[in-house]
Design a protein around this ligand. Structure first.
Ligand SMILES: C[S@@+](CC[C@H](N)C(=O)[O-])C[C@H]1O[C@@H](n2cnc3c(N)ncnc32)[C@H](O)[C@@H]1O
Length: 279
């Protein structure tokens, strides 16, 4: 018998196909055969919680209970993130992008963290900006969105384990974080929190924002998508960016095969080419 039928919760090929098709249609996330173990262990928790006995019962439950869909999506998304992850992006923001805004006397600044997970990326952006710009004197908004409702709750609370405090540059940690009484956690100070606006947004569905954005961070999410999805999203990013605006993606990602709308700057940083003038 197939090993997946002998597990605590049996999973047939048809169950796996149902689940991966649903994940793809709802989120764009591609789940190849090699992700079966991951799907099994993440959804087993839901099956146990719901007191069901098999994946086939879970598929049936999902089909008949719309409120399970967000739980299914939350269980399947991978939310690994960190403060100042891929540090060179924040160095570029600090040393190259901010000085351009200051030189142009640009007051309105819009940044989008387009798959923000638990918020570390958006708060790293806000701390970097504060290092250069007094946010209260500029019209700065950092939009931070994710599909997963659970990670957004954590992001809004802005409370993290002190184990990760050392990943924040020491001068920023001193200025913009506060240890909690339990000493095991710290919070992000109010002025940094205020700069970031968290919202739920599925990159696959229509986006309510009109832009233009100056920088879009979309890091470590394209790795889960296929070429069609990437192509569609990159086109929409270009439409929302100002001419010369920046698109920043994850270290193992590339957009070169899908678009000519961007100039490659280096280190997974791209710059939107000017739109060609109408004839
Ligand atoms: C690995 S995390 C990356 C977090 C952060 N950008 C970073 O690089 O550290 C990927 C995030 O993409 C989100 N995600 C996956 N599919 C999505 C979709 N269709 N729309 C919006 N967010 C999505 C997941 O919920 C997850 O939080």
């Amino acid at each position: 018998m197939d090993k997946w039928q002998q597990q605590e919760f049996p999973m047939s090929l048809a169950d796996f196909d149902f689940l991966r098709n649903l994940a793809y249609s709802q989120t764009g996330i591609v789940l190849p055969e090699r992700k079966k173990q991951m799907v099994y262990s993440r959804l087993s928790r839901r099956i146990r919680f719901l007191k069901l006995n098999s994946f086939s019962q879970y598929c049936h439950y999902l089909d008949n209970n719309t409120q399970e869909l967000p739980e299914f999506i939350n269980a399947l998304t991978t939310n690994l993130t960190a403060f100042f992850r891929e540090k060179h992006h924040f160095v570029y923001l600090d040393k190259q992008i901010c000085p351009q805004w200051l030189a142009k006397k640009q007051k309105r600044i819009r940044i989008w963290s387009a798959a923000c997970s638990t918020g570390e990326e958006a708060y790293s952006i806000a701390m970097t900006l504060y290092g250069q710009i007094d946010l209260s004197l500029f019209d700065v908004k950092i939009l931070a969105t994710d599909l997963n409702t659970q990670v957004l709750e954590t992001a809004k609370k802005a409370i993290y384990s002190t184990e990760v405090l050392s990943t924040i540059p020491a001068n920023f940690a001193t200025k913009y974080t506060k240890r909690l009484a339990n000493n095991a956690q710290f919070s992000i100070k109010q002025r940094i929190k205020e700069a970031v606006h968290f919202k739920q947004l599925n990159l696959l569905q229509p986006w309510p924002m009109s832009g233009p954005f100056d920088v879009i961070f979309c890091r470590n999410v394209f790795i889960y998508f296929d070429s069609d999805t990437k192509k569609r999203i990159i086109k929409k990013f270009r439409a929302l960016l100002s001419d010369g605006g920046y698109l920043i993606i994850g270290h193992s990602e590339s957009i070169n095969d899908f678009t000519t709308d961007f100039e490659f700057i280096g280190q997974t940083i791209y710059r939107a080419r000017n739109r060609t003038a109408p004839c």
